[in-house]
Write a protein of this length. Structure first.
Length: 110
């Protein structure tokens, strides 16, 4: 088969001609607060206050994504950061409670 006249087979297609599958809309990038919530949630195992920060940032990011969905994304990232941060926050609180009980029992035995 011969290409149509005037068509260069090595010419790239016009910009924007490749889209996603039919019926898909472009995705909104995740907000920086959502990413920060996930990072703080993951790092919360090293530092107690980061669990609180992860939950706070996650709430802010989810509210922004809900109120402005065309501008902010990352709702699931924020939720993941809140969950992971909450888990590590709970583990830190359990650790501190255990230390406190050990101190109280140690002082009571004197």
């Amino acid at each position: 088969m011969n290409p149509p006249p005037g068509h260069d087979p090595f010419e790239p297609p016009p910009v924007g001609s490749y889209g996603g599958p039919p019926g898909t809309a472009p995705t909104v990038p995740a907000s920086s607060e959502a990413v920060a919530a996930l990072v703080c949630g993951i790092l919360a195992w090293t530092c107690f206050p980061l669990g609180v920060v992860a939950i706070w940032l996650g709430v802010r990011a989810r509210r922004a994504a809900r109120e402005n969905p065309e501008r902010f994304g990352g709702d699931n990232l924020a939720l993941g950061g809140m969950i992971v941060g909450g888990i590590f926050l709970g583990l830190w609180l359990l650790y501190f409670a255990t230390i406190l009980v050990m101190i109280v029992v140690g002082v009571a035995k004197r």
